[in-house]
Design a binder for this molecule. Structure first.
Ligand code: BGP
Length: 460
């Protein structure tokens, strides 16, 4: 069987500023929360390896973009570092940053690669975090000013924009489960932060659509983790429905449908955890839905009804309503400890078709992190047949979705080259290219060559 995709399908990869740029204190860049956390605080994750250098894209973008062309990319997603462009978060624009992002965009276009720009990938300028980050409505306004500045600076050449990557992750990490700065555990704040991220998002969408002669598209990138119940027992079904409300629909519904799910609102009301809102917010959300949805998919979420009734005297947590469930016999990426469930990609797409107006979407991240990947090196090339199989099996399900009428427009691997990551520095390698951290040399893995053929043929 052939798995061929529609003409114009997007083949490429995704990255983020903090994870690839390096040059963290060069070119007039201000600190973001990651720089700050690394420089000043005890961080149990980084193991002494911070975001200051990463893959050095800041200096090597020309070489890297040539390598993207080499493996057939027609699209590439990167993020703008807010604290590079506007070092204090608000105020003066840093002209060195403007020159850098212009050079990146122009190099992509010169190589026939369409730039996809994401405006925010977990990287709050530190000065604004000091003001309360997304808890502060002033920070929301600063973000909208920053976004509008980007549209003005780069919008003549960039047609595809995203307001946020995985906005739920900073909520979970920074305000619920203690794995992102500012390491607060407080569900009330988590709800406020999630809500205000949506307000920042819809205001940026509004500003974008208002620009005269706007031909581009704007969307949001969400990590959708389909939530599967242990059984069809009503208690398990309820557990999975609530997990879905918290972790998927809290962003998916307002972004695509323009409203929050009633059941989520009711639940938060019942436990006195509704966010503070301003008059006009509901209309803003309703009137500024996205043109395009990026879907990051790595693994499903499996849940079951609570084993033990939680102590509801303690602080409110989403985990009051479900327990994680390890399905016997599930397939694992043993190198990263994540489940592999390829059909999840299809289930997401069918859900978007049936319940979200078949919104234009694409797989904006999917990939396989592997520890100590050098052990698969033979004759100077990493033989990542496991990654080829991983991508191929996901693409088969994506193909089936497209055949059944789902509006999926492309596939981006996480990621272009091995990079630094938030919780584990360089432990998990994901790239088409391996990066030698001493010499910074890039070497294509076997999957890079395979993907080149796939993009050339528009399938396999
Ligand atoms: C996604 C993020 C990426 C990336 C990826 C891999 O959630 O958008 O930034 O890091 O996950 O995860 P990790 O690096 O933790 O293995």
């Amino acid at each position: 069987t052939d798995y061929l995709f529609p003409d114009g399908f997007w083949w490429g990869s995704a990255t983020s500023a903090t994870q690839i740029e390096g040059g963290a204190t060069e070119g007039g860049k201000g600190n973001n929360i990651w720089d700050h956390w690394y420089q000043t605080e005890e961080n149990r994750f980084f193991e002494g390896v911070g975001p200051e250098k990463t893959s050095d894209f800041y200096h090597r973008y020309k070489e890297d973009i040539a390598l993207m062309k080499e493996i057939g990319h027609n699209t590439f997603r990167f993020s703008i570092s807010w604290s590079r462009l506007i070092p204090g978060g608000r105020g003066e624009v840093n002209q060195e940053a403007v020159a850098f992002y212009n050079a990146v965009i122009n190099a992509l276009l010169d190589n026939g690669i369409e730039p996809f720009i994401n405006l925010y990938h977990f990287d709050m300028p530190y000065a604004l975090q000091e003001e309360g980050g997304w808890e502060s409505r002033d920070v929301v306004e600063a973000y909208v000013t920053y976004a509008t500045e980007c549209f003005h600076l780069f919008g003549d050449r960039v047609n595809v924009w995203f307001t946020f990557n995985e906005p739920i992750v900073p909520v979970e990490g920074g305000y619920l489960y203690d794995f992102h700065y500012p390491n607060i555990v407080d569900a009330k704040k988590a709800v406020q932060v999630a809500y205000q991220t949506i307000i920042a998002h819809v205001k940026a969408v509004e500003a974008f659509h208002r620009l005269p002669g706007q031909k581009g598209k704007i969307g949001i990138i969400l990590n959708l983790t389909p939530s599967y119940p242990r059984s069809q027992h009503p208690a398990d079904l309820k557990a999975s429905r609530i997990a879905d409300l918290f972790f998927n629909r809290s962003f998916l519904d307002p972004a695509v449908l323009g409203k929050y799910p009633e059941e989520l609102v009711e639940l938060l009301r019942q436990y006195d955890h509704l966010p503070e809102t301003l008059p006009g917010d509901a209309a803003l959300i309703q009137n500024n839905t996205v043109d395009l949805l990026g879907v990051n998919y790595y693994q499903p979420r499996r849940v079951k009804a609570k084993e033990h009734e939680p102590n509801k005297e303690g602080p409110f947590m989403p985990d009051w309503f479900f327990d994680p469930y390890e399905m016997p016999g599930r397939k694992m990426n043993k190198y990263r400890g994540w489940e592999i469930y390829e059909k999840g990609i299809y289930d997401i797409m069918v859900n978007l078709k049936d319940n979200y107006g078949n919104i234009a979407s694409f797989i904006s991240e999917n990939g396989m992190g592997v520890q100590n990947e050098e052990r698969f090196m033979e004759d100077g090339e990493i033989q990542d047949d496991y990654r080829i199989a991983f991508i191929r099996e996901h693409l088969k399900w994506l193909h089936k979705a497209v055949e059944e009428g789902c509006n999926a427009k492309g596939y981006h691997l996480w990621t272009f080259m091995d990079n630094w990551s938030w919780m584990n520095a360089y432990k998990n390698r994901y790239g088409f290219y391996s990066v030698d951290l001493e010499t910074m040399e890039r070497t294509p893995k076997k999957s890079a060559k395979w993907f080149k053929e796939v993009s050339k043929r528009n399938g396999f």
